[in-house]
Design a protein around this ligand. Structure first.
Ligand code: ADP
Ligand code: MG
Ligand code: MG
Length: 369
């Protein structure tokens, strides 16, 4: 249902903001939530804007749990940033309270709304254009992990259960295989083999978590470049945004997913696999930035497992694309025939490249300890 101006006016009226509401415009290029810039006129003649968002409740079935996670993490980050002598208004998201003293407003249609301080003079990038951008995002995600190192991660809601549980992902993959809803499983034997040959790997991180060999951490779970605000003046990644998928998990999930999407020479759906290569220099740029900042709070075993994090997040993603291809493209939107199969193949190509460069990946990690 489209959001009318009248509707927006009603929503913003519930938030405790100084000044007079002057209108709201769609903002940014996020794909999940409805994001607006809400403008206010102040008594001194200046104006100020806020980020107003309606949470996508098709994706997030329990928006209250999402908000509890966001509140917990942003308040904690604010305190840690102050302790570290930083600026808590620019270096973390800040929720605006409603007039009822809550941090979200539920409208008459059940829409879930929240408001944040607008962090001005920053930019977000959609794609990794060069090693410097990637390095800066690594430092920002490293800082996120550093500041949240002592957060009681187990108190966060697991808003998407078993999100990066690679053992459960294999179970789901096998379910799709057994059902073979489209009959396509018969045509992708090599790809299926590729996954099944690596089933033992999918236990490595999950088992170490269960055995207490890897610590439970706060994870972001959407570590894309466009979720880092880059300061226009310094070029530094100053604030991690988009905290809807914050959950308890492994630091290696976030690290691995960043490498999966960033340390590659081609698009995720490139059909010509000769163009798809794992880029070890981009891997190095990210690893350097991440360990420079988070290195002091990560355990030796976490650091040792960084390459495994990269490989398993890539394998997991490929497995999900392949399962969806076999199931008939019911989860990931496709824009052409075989789109999910192309996506699966790029991921498997990256996994194969990582396996070939396994020793080099470990050497890179050692360099920055
Ligand atoms: P989505 O989940 O839809 O990606 P985001 O929370 O990432 O939603 O917000 C969408 C976009 O809005 C971001 O990419 C960013 O450009 C902008 N944005 C979000 N929060 C802020 C903020 N506090 N200050 C400035 N820009 C923001
Ligand atoms: Mg986003
Ligand atoms: Mg998001």
């Amino acid at each position: 249902k489209p959001i009318t101006e009248q509707h927006l006016r009603c929503v913003v009226d519930c938030f405790s903001v100084e000044g007079e509401f002057a209108g709201a415009l769609p903002y940014g290029s996020g794909h999940i939530n409805d994001t607006f810039a809400a403008y206010y006129q102040l008594a001194d003649g200046t104006s100020k804007r806020y980020i107003l968002q309606r949470i996508n409740t098709h994706v997030f079935k329990d928006p209250k749990a999402v908000m509890e996670n966001v509140i917990g993490v942003t308040h904690y980050l604010g305190k840690e940033i102050v302790k570290a002598g930083g600026d808590p208004i620019r270096e973390t998201l800040n929720l605006i309270a409603t007039k009822n003293g809550e941090y979200y407003h539920v409208d008459e249609d059940g829409g879930f709304w929240r408001m944040y301080i607008f962090i001005e003079d920053t930019t977000t990038y959609q794609m990794v254009k060069n090693a410097a951008d990637f390095y800066n995002s690594a430092r920002a995600f490293g800082k996120f992990q550093l500041l949240l190192a002592d957060y009681p991660a187990a108190t966060l809601h697991e808003t998407i259960p078993l999100f990066h549980n690679t053992v459960d992902r294999v179970r789901q993959f096998k379910e799709a295989l057994a059902a073979n809803a489209t009959g396509r499983a018969n045509d992708v034997c090599d790809e299926i083999e590729f996954v099944l040959a690596r089933e033992a790997d999918t236990h490595v991180l999950v088992d170490q978590l269960a055995d207490g060999k890897l610590p439970l951490r706060v994870t972001h779970n959407d570590t894309k470049l466009n979720n880092v605000l880059i300061d226009n003046a310094t070029g530094e990644g100053i604030c991690i945004i988009d905290l809807d998928t914050v959950m308890p998990g492994l630091s290696l999930y976030d690290f691995g997913d960043s490498i999966r999407f960033g340390a590659t020479t081609a698009a995720e759906d490139e059909p010509d696999l000769s163009k798809v290569n794992f880029d070890i220099s981009l891997f190095e740029a990210y690893t350097k930035g991440y360990l420079e900042v988070a290195g002091k709070v990560l355990t030796a075993n976490e650091i040792q497992n960084l390459p495994m994090g990269a490989k398993l997040m890539t394998l997991e993603c490929g497995m999900r694309f392949l399962a969806d291809h076999i199931a008939g493209d019911t989860y990931f939107k496709i824009h052409r025939e075989g789109h999910n199969l192309d996506r699966a193949r790029t991921q498997f190509k990256l996994v194969a490249d990582m396996e070939q460069q396994w020793d080099e990946m470990h050497k890179v990690v050692k360099k920055y300890i």
